[in-house]
Design a protein around this ligand. Structure first.
Ligand SMILES: Cc1cc2nc3c(=O)[nH]c(=O)nc-3n(C[C@H](O)[C@H](O)[C@H](O)COP(=O)(O)OP(=O)(O)OC[C@H]3O[C@@H](n4cnc5c(N)ncnc54)[C@H](O)[C@@H]3O)c2cc1C
Length: 380
């Protein structure tokens, strides 16, 4: 046995690793388990803002920085007002999440933070974890590292990049309504692609404005800058503003079978486990649900990864991504149909993978078109 040995090692203190660790620490069943979290990063930067929706109050409310119950969806020809009804759209600053989860975990004697980069896992009776600085072992490893086959592009599976740049801007005059956020604004598309503006108003003169693409291609940073400046000046009619902060990202929207990399002793988590919803790129709330399932499985002596991925919803995501990949210019039409023809509650339940078959049928009818029929048969 390699020293130091742990019951569980969590590789990666990101969204999935920290949510998993926190849930393990809050369950008396795991009180006697020795658990390590390994990451080369101290997680001290506010590297993103996470948004998610849920009904009413939730476990993250103490660190929620802002919330909304109304949203707008624009295309060149129409505007849809989306009332979230019982749902609340909430945002969390990543730094608040890192600080809160780390401070709770540091109070527990059985949790150990290790600064190291994991280079390799070798699985035998136990799992040997080879780091840049040291070696460790565990009975089971939860691994956030993305499989090489995916990160090196060795995949025939559908892949779209959800890539974006966001600016937090401040204006002298009051320009924003902090009660209403903009889910998608397609009035300023880039070369007929699925590209839109997303706005989170923070106050009357402060907002996060993001230019986002759902495309097979990626782009240079100056393209986002050009589109953002054009939108702020021409659409929002803001002449003067100060940039307070920026964020950039590329979230994979893919049908890649991450779940195939789970073994008896290693469970892939987060992006690496396929916990990011393929058709939306959202993962905060999905991670919470996957973590609950992992905990339930561990307590029932089942494989931690059992029943984590829904085949039915994965099939819907596959069709959707196929259409968006092959006919990327159709994005504004698809999302317009989706938001205009269905109630917000139905849509959010569908995206949460909690909808009934009747609701899914009504969504399918709203999107009924040659593109979806073609994609359906290709996906079969
Ligand atoms: C700017 C931005 C905004 C976003 N906004 C939203 C949003 O609004 N809502 C939403 O749901 N999602 C959002 N996302 C997506 C979301 O952040 C990701 O889906 C989520 O972080 C994935 O969780 P994860 O734990 O797999 O990865 P991460 O959170 O990236 O964590 C992975 C961790 O693994 C560590 N690691 C990597 N390699 C090793 C190694 N070899 N050894 C040890 N540790 C390692 C990394 O240092 C990192 O800490 C956003 C992403 C970005 C970039």
């Amino acid at each position: 046995m390699v020293k130091p040995h742990f019951d569980y090692i969590i590789v990666g203190n990101g969204l999935a690793g920290l949510q998993l660790a926190l849930s393990l620490s809050n369950d008396a069943f795991f009180k006697s388990k020795k658990i390590a979290l390994i990451d080369p990063d101290h997680k001290t930067a506010n590297d993103k803002t996470w948004c998610f929706w849920e009904k009413g109050t939730g476990k993250w409310d103490p660190i929620v920085s802002q919330s909304w119950t109304n949203s707008l969806f624009h295309t060149k020809g129409s505007t849809v007002h989306l009332n979230f009804n019982d749902y609340i759209y909430k945002s969390i600053r990543a730094i608040d999440f890192y600080n809160e989860t780390k401070s709770q975990l540091e109070k527990k004697d059985n949790f150990h933070f290790i600064i190291d980069e994991v280079k390799q896992l070798s699985q035998d009776e136990i799992v040997k974890v080879i780091g840049r600085n040291n070696s460790y072992s565990a009975n089971h490893v939860f691994d956030s590292r993305i499989p090489k086959e995916f990160s090196q592009g060795k995949t025939n599976h559908t892949l779209l990049n959800q890539h974006f740049k966001g600016l937090i801007i401040e204006t002298q005059k009051e320009h924003f309504n902090p009660e209403v956020f903009t889910m998608m604004d397609y009035r300023m598309q880039y070369k007929n692609s699925t590209s839109f503006i997303y706005i989170l108003p923070i106050s009357k003169n402060r907002a996060l404005i993001e230019y986002t693409f759902f495309t097979p291609f990626i782009t240079e940073e100056d393209v986002y800058d050009k589109m953002l400046n054009k939108y702020i000046k021409d659409q929002l009619k803001i002449k003067q503003f100060t940039i307070l902060d920026t964020e950039m990202g590329n979230i994979p929207m893919t049908t890649f079978p991450f779940e195939k990399y789970n073994t008896k002793q290693v469970t892939k988590i987060g992006t690496a486990g396929g916990w990011v919803k393929g058709s939306t790129g959202y993962s905060f709330k999905h991670t919470e649900k996957k973590v609950s399932k992992v905990i339930e499985n561990l307590k029932s002596n089942r494989l931690p990864s059992e029943g984590l991925i829904s085949k039915r919803f994965k099939f819907y995501d596959k069709i959707f991504l196929k259409v968006l990949h092959d006919e990327n210019e159709k994005g504004p039409w698809i999302f317009n149909q989706f938001y205009e023809k269905n109630s917000s509650e139905t849509m959010l339940r569908f995206l949460d993978e909690e909808s009934s078959f009747k609701e899914e049928l009504s969504i399918m009818i709203s999107l009924f078109s040659g593109a979806f029929i073609k994609a359906f048969f290709k996906t079969l």
